[in-house]
Design a protein around this ligand. Structure first.
Ligand code: PRP
Ligand code: URA
Length: 206
């Protein structure tokens, strides 16, 4: 299952983010702003419990988030979405997965993993701005499943149809939320029209 955000405030920001003239400072701000929209859309079904609350006027009831959550950025570009996720979910844990695409084959090469084992039915939210072939995301889901995670959701800024299809084939249990579904991959496995190399644009390493 995949969901593409259609809100005009998201589309406006995605347009600015794609622009070749957008510099790293503004690019990072846009990544964070779009990530907050993705978080809000994807976490509508978070588990809550009812709790009492006393207002200055009366006693009533409210809710408290019951889900335990681990946010998992895929290094390096996924770090660009982390501040926004922690803004929305300040009590979440963070685990990281290091992954670097082989430039020639686009195969993911895992180089680091620091994720706590899953506690009961803890929710893992994987974040990565780019979903191209889907190799990195699927490797991340496989690593998390080995650690015991049974509830995984993937938040992404720009997705290629090829990457979405790979996730839906190999991990149909992982819902994908993206801010844009693009046309295709080019011969270098870059997303078209995309935004170029997300890591380089976030960290100013172009
Ligand atoms: C980018 C991106 C994803 C991956 C997507 O990372 O952030 O992790 O490529 O491609 P895929 O769907 O074909 O696997 P990259 O490997 O360029 O590393 P970086 O984040 O360190 O720049
Ligand atoms: N990684 C990126 O940063 N951009 C792409 O277009 C594909 C993979």
């Amino acid at each position: 299952m995949h969901t593409v955000l259609t809100h005009p405030l998201v589309k406006h920001r995605v347009t600015l983010m794609r622009d070749i003239n957008t510099k790293p400072k503004q690019f990072r701000e846009l990544v964070n702003e779009i990530t907050e929209f993705l978080a809000i859309e994807s976490l509508k079904d978070l588990r809550t419990i009812e709790i009492p609350v006393t207002t200055p006027v009366a006693k009533t009831t409210g809710v408290k988030i019951e889900d335990s959550i681990v946010i998992v950025p895929i290094l390096r570009a996924g770090m660009g979405m982390l501040d926004a996720m922690l803004h929305v979910l300040p009590y979440a844990k963070v685990g990281v997965l290091g992954m670097q695409r082989n430039e020639a084959t686009a195969e993911p090469v895992p180089y680091y993993a620091k994720v706590p084992p899953a506690k009961s039915d803890e929710l893992a939210i994987v974040i990565d701005p780019m979903l191209a072939t889907g190799g990195s995301a699927c490797d991340a889901f496989a690593q998390l499943k080995k650690l015991g995670y049974r509830r995984i959701v993937f938040l992404n800024l720009i997705a290629a149809p090829e990457g979405i299809a790979k996730i839906e084939n190999e991990h149909p249990d992982v819902p994908v939320f993206t801010a844009a579904k693009d046309e295709r991959l080019n011969s270098h496995f870059y997303i078209v029209p995309g935004l170029g190399d997300a890591g380089d644009r976030i960290f100013g390493t172009l």
